[in-house]
Design a protein around this ligand. Structure first.
Ligand SMILES: [Zn+2]
Length: 220
């Protein structure tokens, strides 16, 4: 069956503007939305995180604003089970990082979600993004190094910041892994950076590593 006939029978829609898209070259986006994708020019996430925590390199593919149609990309990945789109965006992140001179062969660590949440959703979107990035950059994936538990421990002896981090869930690190010197945390959206910071702290508490960050979007 020809591709065009297939598209007639099972039309696909642009994630951003919802118009029908055609053929293989327009898989998730129409050409118009793809060509006006709000790719970040780099630097902003690195500057933001670098000022607040011990992170030397960071990059976000998109600069996402809440009102924009491109917010649909995140909703699609997070709430509408679009695992294919997550992998695709991960690969885009990989190509962009290579063009910015990031080295090949890095180790990628997706921000984990609780087991319950992953069961409910069927996948962890950060893991799929990391897979896409690693496919393109030839890197290694560490999928079990970080885990997230929803059990919150007693907060009485904690400061305000720790208490707030604790309320977001607890990240745990697997001991005794044979790691490279640099780890790249992968997340879908960075907002305050608190999640990134708690994962970074946990990793550096157990391993002598530098932590870099890549995310699909950044909404400061
Ligand atoms: Zn479109």
């Amino acid at each position: 069956m020809s591709i065009d006939l297939l598209s007639l029978l099972m039309p696909r829609y642009c994630v951003v503007c919802n118009q029908v898209v055609w053929g293989d070259h327009e898989r998730f986006f129409c050409l118009s939305c793809y060509s006006s994708m709000p790719f970040s020019r780099g630097g902003r996430l690195e500057e933001y995180l670098g000022k607040r925590m011990d992170i030397s390199r960071a990059f976000s593919l998109l600069e996402y604003t809440k009102g924009s149609g491109y917010a649909e990309v995140f909703k699609e990945i997070k709430y509408r089970d679009n695992a294919e789109l997550a992998l695709f965006m991960g690969r885009l992140m990989g190509y962009k990082l290579l063009s910015l001179g990031w080295p090949r062969g890095l180790t990628f660590v997706p921000i984990p979600m609780t087991r319950w949440k992953k069961l409910r959703r069927g996948y962890n979107q950060a893991e799929l993004l990391a897979k896409g990035v690693a496919q393109v950059m030839g890197g290694k994936l560490e999928l079990n190094l970080l885990t997230k538990s929803s059990n919150t421990v007693s907060q009485t002896l904690m400061g305000r910041w720790e208490r707030w981090l604790n309320s977001k869930g607890i990240y745990m690190v697997k001991e005794g892994a044979d790691l490279e010197q640099k780890l790249v945390l992968v997340d879908d959206i960075v907002t305050t950076g608190a999640t990134i910071d708690s994962c970074r702290m946990m990793l550096q508490r157990h391993y002598d590593v530098k932590v870099w960050v890549v995310s699909l979007g950044f909404t400061p």
